[in-house]
Design a protein around this ligand. Structure first.
Ligand SMILES: [Zn+2]
Length: 573
């Protein structure tokens, strides 16, 4: 497949040099990203799950962290946590404001930070030319949650304390522009300054860059191990052939049970019958069985019985001597002979025609194959693994499959669970596939959003692991480099939005029609009539719009004349 462009060229026209900055753009687009899904205990910011915390709770966590591991370590831990959040929000910025100016794009971070209740941000200075490698920004901070809680717990400070906020700014800006950009808190309200103030530059422009970067490094040994692990992963993925993708990944009970059966069979010669829905990975199981068996260094030969024409299947399986049938120009070994010493995988066994069933039975009983047109038999040492997604028992009842052959094959059945039966395996599988396809398509995204994972867990997966593989590949191709794969990149039709959102004035807004039930119940409870409800809504809309009838009409989804008519009717009643 053709390699897709990498993220090298996504940045263009990102040039500005402004000393008197424009005001921050309206944040309605960001507020719309917040969804309260109270019914199932979740809050979303676009695809990311958020949590509303009490500042006092967060403050006590911060305080205990400082007491337990000391100021220096706590500072670094919180900076890294902030950095992680900042990176996540940067992934949203390009989604939400794809065609915005550099300033408006950058503003998503400060504005989300404000929406999240972390701090009030006022940009003071910005020199920005990403292509030329120029970034210099100064921002004023007020209302820092860290100042508030730190002053309460520890009193005035000699050093700045807005650690998590600072990490956020560095993580956000670095991820947004794809450059290492680090911030310093040059003034902090916890140190007696009037405001907090931060300054950000490209890392190499700070004289003490190495020391600053170290703040974002975890214990160096752990980081090194993680890096090595990542290298190893990408190496392993790039070296493995594509049909080996996904290996056998999963820790669900249902899956573990099948793997356990597979392990026990591996060292024996027993004929294995794999059953399960289409796409569950039967060939992968067969290959793994072969790889774990003493036959691992001998051939693994796979035959799909449904893919071969009936008239060819016998010569394919058992071979043919020269001139055995029209078209048999030279003597040819069949798949049984080619698998000698190894494993023969017969997929979709239920499709095998009757005459071939009889011959297969004989080979299994005697360990000898007879090529078409041959006068002598050949000894073969082959372990047969068969697979079917049809009910062989039913095929026997219907006369399509030989009972004696079924008994011969059905010695050691392993049922492979559908993806629906192993929901907890979806996340590790999806992440593994994503890494594989990133190498294959030479394209990097930053992962899969919580919301997309959630949608995948609720999907029915008729095509099982194979379908998951297709979706992940498609999701990677649709997602822009450096962003996270979200729901709409995976599924053509996005799931309905959560019913409750944040209104322009900050109230939770009930969305129709998902909440008509509760609205109806509320009406019943309050004994409101439909007319009273309509009148109340009309009055509310006019009041909230400050008497501006056009705005009130828009809020209600009416035209202005329609609203006037209804108001008139209300007065006349
Ligand atoms: Zn501060």
């Amino acid at each position: 497949m053709k390699a897709l462009p990498t993220n090298a060229k996504i940045i263009d026209n990102l040039t500005m040099s402004v000393h008197s900055l424009p005001p921050l753009p309206a944040d309605a687009d960001l507020r719309r990203l917040v969804h309260f899904s109270a019914g199932d205990g979740r809050i979303w910011l676009a695809g990311h799950r958020m949590v509303l915390l009490h500042l006092s709770g967060l403050g006590s966590l911060r305080k205990e962290l400082i007491r337990m591991i000391g100021v220096a370590q706590a500072r670094r831990v919180l900076m890294r946590a902030g950095y992680e959040s900042g990176m996540r929000d940067a992934a949203l910025a390009r989604q939400v404001r794809p065609n915005a100016s550099p300033f408006e794009l950058l503003a998503v971070g400060p504005q989300l930070h404000m929406l999240q209740g972390a701090v009030q941000v006022t940009p003071e200075q910005l020199d920005l030319d990403i292509e030329a490698g120029i970034y210099h920004g100064i921002f004023r901070w007020d209302q820092s949650w860290e100042v508030e809680t730190h002053l309460r717990d520890f009193g005035p400070q000699a050093e700045p304390v807005c650690w998590m906020l600072l990490g956020y700014a560095s993580g956000y800006t670095s991820a947004l522009w794809g450059l290492p950009i680090l911030y310093k808190e040059v003034e902090c309200a916890a140190c007696g300054h009037e405001h907090c103030r931060i300054e950000g530059r490209i890392a190499s422009e700070w004289p003490d860059a190495e020391q600053m970067k170290a703040d974002y490094e975890e214990d160096s040994l752990l980081v090194r191990i993680e890096d090595l692990q990542a290298d190893l992963d990408s190496l392993r993925v790039s070296l493995s052939p594509s049909d080996d993708l996904g290996e056998l990944i999963g820790r669900s009970k249902a899956f573990e049970k099948s793997i356990d059966l597979l392990r026990k069979a591996a060292s024996t010669q027993v004929t294995v019958l794999l059953t399960g829905e289409t796409g569950v990975g039967k060939e992968r199981f067969a290959r793994t069985l072969h790889a774990m068996s003493p036959r691992a260094d001998k051939p693994f030969i796979a035959v799909n019985c449904a893919a071969l024409p009936h008239e060819l299947i016998e010569s394919e399986l058992f071979g043919a001597e020269k001139g055995a049938f029209t078209g048999a120009g030279a003597a040819r070994p069949g798949r049984f002979e080619r698998a000698d010493g190894g494993t023969l995988f017969l997929d979709e066994l239920g499709e095998l025609p009757h005459s071939a069933q009889a011959k297969l039975l004989r080979v299994l009983q005697t360990g000898e194959v007879e090529r078409l047109g041959a006068t002598a038999v050949r000894k073969v040492d082959v372990r047969v693994v068969a697979a079917t997604n049809v009910d062989l028992e039913a095929a026997v009842e219907a006369g399509r499959f030989r009972r004696d052959l079924m008994y011969r094959l059905n010695v050691y059945p392993i049922a492979i669970p559908s993806l629906r039966e192993r929901v907890e395996d979806i996340e590790p599988l999806a992440n593994h596939m994503l890494r594989h396809f990133m190498v294959l398509h030479n394209k990097r995204v930053t992962g899969i959003t919580d919301r997309a994972l959630d949608a995948m867990r609720h999907y029915s997966w008729p095509g099982n692991v194979r379908e998951l593989e297709n979706l992940i590949e498609r999701g990677l191709i649709i997602t822009s480099p450096g962003q996270m794969v979200d729901v709409d990149a995976l599924f053509a039709v996005a799931p309905p939005p959560p019913p409750v959102t944040l209104s322009a004035t900050g109230e939770l807004r009930q969305g129709a029609p998902a909440d008509l039930d509760s609205l109806y119940e509320e009406l019943q409870k309050r004994g409101l009539s439909l007319e009273a409800l309509e009148n109340g809504l009309l009055q509310q809309a006019v009041e909230r719009a400050g008497g501006n009838l056009s705005a009130a009409a828009r809020a209600l989804g009416l035209t202005r004349p329609q609203l006037s008519y209804r108001l008139q009717r209300m007065k006349e009643r």
